[in-house]
Design a protein around this ligand. Structure first.
Ligand SMILES: Nc1ncnc2c1ncn2[C@@H]1O[C@H](COP(=O)(O)OP(=O)(O)OP(=O)(O)O)[C@@H](O)[C@H]1O
Length: 741
């Protein structure tokens, strides 16, 4: 039993054993949960019937009936989709409110209030009403659910007891209570456990991110419910729940203004593919599956990059200087471009040489002109030049007006072949590939990049074998913007509605279901007009990546979460400017999260000491959970590193029940994975330092921390990230202890 002790002491207290009172409370809640599921089944049937009767309205045949039917079936289909989602722990919270917080005198509590004259309110993943239209379950995003997340012993919001239910499927396994107002609680009111947060945090970590909807804390809830418009910025140190907040915010926005955010779309961007797969279950578990989730390597349609560049190369590729380098590349001649155009016309040879052709290219590619889009203009320019020549060379009676001349020459196969070679439609991939030629890159980078940067960049492209890195994706997008597409050849958009006599109407059940469910799938492939963009781990977004993301949210509102202290990007000021340009001057709402829920305090103390040595004044969150286990440092000779890494991994796997991450420098990740061959566990994941961003494991082995520390100018921050991934056990293995604080 816990009577409202401070968070810190509750977090370090052991979980109490089950007892008869606890069991009887679980049984009570089970009865309520059964009632909710019975009602859910009823509603599923009712909604299915509403859809059917919607179709029968069609037989009436009037315009009004069609419109009414459309609306009815659309809403019924959407509601049915929400009701049919598989909910783990549909009912997860209960509030016992005092008389002052009761919604109204007429309001009927769904069960006998535990506080006389008060109200019981159940919180769940969606809202449900009973037959009498009384609230059976309040959606966690509704204002009536806010006290569940916001109430504290000092600002109780009428809450006497907050209860969290833990379930598996439809079965209630446990309850955990927080008593917020002991004075108002009747003596008969049982208070079970030490609060849900501790119970949640002490559970093992699985492959995917934990669902925290039942234990969202007040400061997190404030950020989640930040105004929908403008730019919401959430900062906080490792493990403060920034990612959790970002995902729950996406779900909250869809709830608060579904029309706007579902039809416009919500785009969530995370740092890596490993991360995207780690968080991918959270939104569906909240009943939301229309959010588009992408890693930075997947933002551009049809490109999927996961390889990371070495820090120095990534810093060049991410810098805004690349906009000027790429602008030059986008205006350059294609490799093997012909340097002469010759046409025989009425017995006279017309010819344009290299200079004339270069001049033509420059004249057409004025700033802002998109190379692929202006291709017809280029052809016209050459035809003009040839015509003018013909006018000078041919006697008057053999000359032709410009239009007739142009039509005749433009259709000649030699002219078509020449245009294909001189001004082909070029892809961003082709142009970026030109950077592998040192001669070209020297021309493009002259006065913009240093000689050393040019050499290193050309070498990196030459070695890449055409495989794009994550940083390249933003460059491809930049080039796509510079090159443009060839003149319109738009695919007709598939309309999920049938149009009859100008009336959009549905003819089949499947049509309407498709319209209700697959808003995202109706969008064009290269959709760029999202209503809201969420950027996680924003501190690592390079300036060039901000430009790419900005192109997808020109009219969007934004949620940006990050931690400057974890930034791998070396030039914070340049990145901040690029972010400002991407999100514009919309109103900003800023939040800071201050509690680290992930790391045992002993683990975070080590991570904090490492970052403090480099950045003494830095503000860090407080890790409130003590495990009593200190991190272990194994110092070994170089020849023993592989065996020691293996041994440490085997030990940590034996010590924790959940996942284990082995984190190595980017350059040694594959080698380290090789050392662990044969350590057979689906709980084990080997990642490079940059891939560890946003990840969490119960046990972590950091291999050769000094090598991670030496990864570029931001190495110390990358090491700070690696050291703050573990919930329970941290082992460092290395030959060099210079990284130690
Ligand atoms: N309110 C909460 N209740 C239970 N668990 C929580 C809560 N908030 C955060 N957590 C847990 O804390 C851990 C860290 O959360 P999250 O990954 O969102 O933090 P973060 O701020 O994004 O971390 P980082 O910056 O280090 O990547 C996760 O396991 C998450 O489930």
């Amino acid at each position: 039993m816990a009577r409202s002790r401070p968070l810190e002491s509750r977090l370090s207290a052991p979980v109490s054993d089950s007892d008869p009172i606890r069991q009887s409370e679980i049984d009570n809640e089970q009865r309520y949960v059964d009632r909710v599921y019975t009602r859910l089944d009823e509603l599923r049937r009712t909604v299915a019937e509403a859809e059917k009767s919607g179709y029968s309205l069609a037989r009436v045949g009037t315009y009004g009936a069609l419109v009414e039917r459309d609306a009815m079936v659309f809403h019924a289909a959407r509601r049915r989709h929400a009701l049919e989602a598989e909910y783990e722990g549909l009912v997860f919270g209960r509030l016992d409110l005092g008389p002052d917080a009761r919604r109204s005198d007429e309001y009927q509590s769904p069960v006998e209030p535990a506080v006389p004259g008060g109200e019981v309110r159940y919180i769940g993943r969606l809202g449900l009403r009973d037959e009498a239209h009384e609230s059976l379950l309040v959606d966690w995003r509704a204002p009536a659910a806010a006290p569940f997340y916001r109430a504290t012993p000092t600002d109780r919001m009428g809450v006497v007891r907050r209860r969290t239910l833990r379930s598996s499927g439809e079965t209630v396994l446990d309850v955990e209570d927080d008593l917020l107002d002991p004075a108002a609680a009747p003596d008969t009111m049982p208070v079970i456990g030490d609060g849900a947060l501790l119970a949640t945090l002490s559970r093992a970590t699985g492959r995917g991110m934990r669902d925290i909807v039942a234990t969202i804390q007040r400061e997190q809830d404030e950020a989640i419910r930040s105004p929908a418009l403008g730019v919401t910025i959430v900062r906080g140190g490792p493990g403060t729940g920034k990612t959790a907040v970002a995902l729950h915010r996406a779900a909250y926005l869809l709830y608060s203004d579904r029309n706007r955010f579902e039809s416009g779309g919500v785009l969530v961007i995370g740092p890596s593919e490993v991360f995207v797969s780690y968080v991918s279950r959270v939104l569906p578990s909240l009943g939301e599956d229309t959010v588009t989730l992408r890693s930075l390597g997947q933002v551009v349609e049809k490109v999927n990059a996961s390889r990371q560049d070495r820090a120095g190369i990534a810093a060049v590729k991410g810098s805004l200087r690349m906009t000027r380098v790429l602008a030059r590349a986008a205006r350059d001649a294609v490799p093997g471009s012909p340097d002469r155009l010759r046409v025989l016309y009425r017995g006279q040879l017309l010819e344009l040489g290299r200079r004339a052709l270069d001049e033509a290219r420059r004249a057409i590619l004025v700033p802002g002109a998109k190379r692929n889009a202006v291709r017809p203009k280029a052809a016209g320019y050459l035809l003009d030049a040839l015509w003018r020549q013909s006018m000078g060379l041919l006697p008057a009676h053999r000359q032709q007006p410009r239009e007739e001349f142009a039509t005749e020459i433009a259709e000649r196969s030699e002219f078509i072949r020449f245009m294909g070679a001189w001004w082909p439609v070029v892809t961003p991939q082709a142009v970026l590939g030109w950077l592998a030629e040192p001669g070209r890159l020297r021309r493009y980078g002259d006065g913009i990049l240093s000689r050393g940067e040019i050499d290193r960049l050309a070498a990196a492209y030459a070695k890449s074998g055409g495989e794009w890195t994550v940083a390249d994706v933003a460059l491809l997008d930049e080039l796509d913007d510079l090159l443009g597409g060839p003149p319109a050849r738009k695919k007709p958009r598939k309309d999920p509605f049938h149009v009859v006599d100008g009336i959009r109407e549905v003819t089949t059940y499947a049509d309407r279901m498709a319209a209700a469910r697959a808003v995202e799938r109706e969008r064009p492939e290269d959709y760029r007009d999202y209503a809201h963009v969420v950027v996680d781990e924003a501190q690592d977004v390079s300036p060039m990546q901000w430009r790419m993301i900005g192109r997808r949210g020109r009219h969007a509102s934004w949620t940006i979460v990050g931690d400057p202290a974890q930034a791998a990007w070396p030039d914070a000021a340049e990145a901040a400017r690029a972010m400002d340009a991407a999100v514009g001057s919309r109103r900003r709402h800023e939040y800071t999260l201050t509690t680290n829920y992930r790391n045992a305090a002993e683990i975070f103390e080590l991570a904090a000491a490492v970052i403090r040595r480099a950045e003494p004044g830095i503000e860090l969150p407080t890790a409130v959970r003590r495990s009593g286990v200190r991190p272990i440092d194994r110092a070994v000779a170089a020849a023993e590193l592989a065996a020691a890494t293996r041994a440490a991994t085997v030990d940590v796997l034996a010590e924790v029940a959940g996942t284990v991450g082995v984190i190595a420098s980017m350059a040694t990740r594959d080698e380290v994975a090789g050392w662990l061959g044969g350590v057979d566990s689906d709980r084990l994941q080997v990642v490079g330092s940059l891939e560890a961003k946003g990840m969490e494991y119960d046990g972590v082995v950091v291999v050769e921390p000094a090598a991670i520390r030496a990864e570029g100018r931001s190495g110390v921050r990358t090491l700070y990230v690696a050291l703050s991934r573990a919930t329970q056990r941290l082992v460092t293995v290395g030959t060099d202890d210079s990284w130690r604080p």
